[in-house]
Design a protein around this ligand. Structure first.
Ligand code: PLP
Length: 448
């Protein structure tokens, strides 16, 4: 037996935290003081040492229907027992088509085709590739430039970090995609501080797209990608009128407009997609997270009819788009997605988010005036609270806030840098909003 054992079998120790290289995590600090969760239900999670915490961030902006909802769990179990997998290339299974139809029906305008993948990062790279291929098949192959935005987050694929605007996510990874330009961020604390919903100031920043088009010429630009509300860099909603202006400029110059709705999709801002809230129809929408309420990985791209139709030419036996994933439209993800969409509909969770927005905003804004609070932004059921950086360096106060929440205030909050983000599940009750805000106040006082 010793001969067939793996070389380092003796190194395998149960519950050894060392072998797992954790994503976007301070590994050494975590392993000294692990934040381990073993169970979850609705708005709460249970830690490995048996404490119950309120989850103020819906997993990670994904469990929009709450954790471990019975109908979703049952659907996944049923599907696992019936069909684990079928190749996604040249074959499929019925739930994939049903889910595509259900998502298309929730999307505005003629965004009526869905390409499935497994994450937000894959959704972004898929959308960028569709944009490039679309121009090529129409004889405009010189349109290769992609435009993102400072402080944008579009996942971690090479496409996503190229159009993304977060310095640490970009600076270690070489030259990235060539021919990418960036719009300026829409955030300006001096002019927007403590705004509920969309800031009044900033629509004119969309006109920077005209400048970029003037610099490169429209004939070299394929697409513009933005989050309607930048989530990962601290909840930065688009200023009033900004997305409309982007749409007009894209139309003027034949650029495709992509909304990255990985966070805003499935009710975070009220309507199923933020495109509907803002009354702007993009050419593609990327989604992930909320589509399965975080239960099974899934992402996708909603595409307008004209884009899909442009590909449906040529000999019928030939693959139209050389792109896809082994697990595109995985049966478990599709089953989870269908059950999740049923819950959103039956429990009217998107309407609930709209109804709660003002109460949530008022409650979170009550934190204004606490020590070190520099700004608070709210939109839909999302809030960003900027704390003054600790004199020892940026990120230190944020890290302390996360630890304080997990270990002492029984709350999971998300931090990026020194910004606390709150994004509860759409099932959140008014009492739970009160609890989240009270615990956040205690966290802020403790680290202030
Ligand atoms: N796009 C946006 C707007 C996101 O917020 C995220 C993740 O938070 C992603 C893409 C990447 O998604 P994933 O982590 O599933 O790859």
């Amino acid at each position: 037996a010793a001969e067939t054992a793996p070389a380092n079998a003796s190194a395998v120790v149960p519950n050894d935290l060392e072998p797992y290289w954790m994503p976007f995590t301070a590994n050494r600090a975590f392993k000294r003081s692990p934040r381990l969760v073993v169970r979850a239900k609705d708005m709460r999670v249970t830690t490995a040492d048996g404490r119950t915490l309120i989850d103020a961030i819906a997993g990670m902006w994904c469990c929009n229907a709450g954790h471990n909802r019975d109908p979703i769990v049952a659907a996944i179990q049923r599907q696992a027992a019936e069909l684990d997998y079928v190749t996604a290339f040249q074959h499929s299974h019925p739930a994939a088509f049903e889910l595509a139809g259900r998502i298309a029906a929730l999307a505005p305008g003629d965004l009526d085709h869905v390409f499935f993948c497994n994450s937000g990062s894959e959704a972004v790279d898929t959308a960028l590739k569709i944009a490039l291929a679309y121009h090529t098949i129409r004889g405009q192959g010189a349109r290769t430039r992609l435009i993102g935005r400072e402080r944008g987050y579009h996942g971690v694929g090479f496409g996503g970090i190229s159009v993304g605007g977060i310095v640490p996510n970009r600076k270690m990874f070489g030259t990235l995609l060539a021919g990418v330009d960036h719009l300026p961020t829409t955030y300006d604390r001096e002019r927007q501080a403590f705004t509920k919903g969309e800031p009044e100031w900033g629509a004119h920043l969309a006109d920077e797209l005209e400048r970029i088009v003037g610099l490169h010429d429209a004939s070299t630009i394929a697409a513009v990608i933005v989050e309607p509300m930048a989530g990962s860099t601290g909840v930065l909603p688009a200023p009033k009128g900004y997305l409309q202006r982007l749409r007009q400029i894209c139309d003027r110059h034949g650029l495709l407009l992509i909304f990255d709705e990985v966070i805003t999709g499935f009710g975070r801002l009220g309507p199923c997609f933020a495109a509907e809230r803002y009354g702007v129809l993009p050419d593609m929408i990327t989604f992930a997270k909320g589509v399965t309420s975080g239960t099974v990985p899934m992402g996708g791209v909603l595409v307008r009819k004209g884009i899909f139709d442009a590909f449906m030419r040529g000999p019928e036996h030939v693959v139209e788009l050389f792109h896809g994933y082994t697990y595109s439209a995985h049966p478990l993800a599709c089953a989870a997605g269908l059950a999740t969409l049923d819950l959103y509909r039956d429990e009217k969770l998107f309407e609930r988010a709209t109804a709660l927005e003002q109460k949530f905003a008022d409650a979170v804004m009550s934190l204004q005036g606490l020590p070190g609070v520099l700004d608070i932004r709210t939109v839909g059921l999302a809030a960003g609270i900027d704390l003054a950086p600790h004199p020892d360096g940026p990120g230190k106060r944020g890290y302390a806030a996360m630890d304080e929440g997990f270990f002492r205030q029984d709350a999971i909050v998300r931090v990026s840098g020194d910004t606390i983000a709150l994004s509860p599940s759409l099932i959140v009750g008014e009492d739970e909003i009160g609890e989240i805000v009270e615990k956040t106040a205690r966290i802020i006082r403790a680290v202030g």
